[in-house]
Ligand binder design. Structure first.
Ligand SMILES: [Zn+2]
Length: 169
């Protein structure tokens, strides 16, 4: 019964949305931006960054970490859909921070790599290095690593990477 109510609420809400929605025709993000962040329910990505519909790709997973699936999506973002800037946004009070893979494996019964976060700056640097050194992500010119504070709503601008100009330029 609860499941029926849960889904019915979603479909009800959609009736109002479909009537009033803003329509964006172009699939290419108009700000050439992709944002990778955590799935945490407290983060309203568009509001936090002042983004609007049609402006950015938003990729979310537990922790907002760079996984193989994130690389798969960014390969398409960059080569097919014109993205040249990536923001990686972790956040305070994250469930992936301060835990270990072993603890999460035991807790979930899933024998997976969970990409836990030891410290935000270190994890962001790690992820920016993967992104900047992935050969097929060569259209990416700029990457920023943020930590969003879920209590104050403020962003800590932790780390940046910019593609070096080609030699002789
Ligand atoms: Zn999180």
């Amino acid at each position: 019964m609860r499941a029926v109510t849960q889904i019915a609420r979603l479909l009800d809400a959609n009736h109002g949305y479909a009537a009033a929605r803003a329509h964006v025709g172009d699939a290419k993000p108009s700000r050439r931006l992709a944002v990778l962040t955590c799935m945490d329910a407290r983060i309203d990505v568009f509001a936090v960054l002042g983004l609007h519909l049609g402006e950015a790709h938003v990729l979310r997973n537990a922790g907002g970490r760079v996984t193989d699936d994130v690389l798969r999506s960014l390969a398409l973002s960059t080569h097919v859909l014109g993205v040249d800037t990536v923001v990686v946004m972790q956040h305070t009070k994250c469930g992936l921070a301060g835990v270990t893979d072993d603890e999460l494996r035991e807790h979930t019964g899933a024998d997976l790599g969970f990409f836990p976060i030891d410290d935000h700056a270190g994890a962001l640097r790690e992820d920016l290095t993967i992104l900047s050194e992935t050969p097929y992500l060569d259209p990416v010119q700029l990457i920023a690593g943020f930590v969003y504070d879920v209590e104050s709503g403020e962003i800590d601008d932790v780390v940046r990477w910019e593609r070096p100009a080609p030699a002789g330029a």
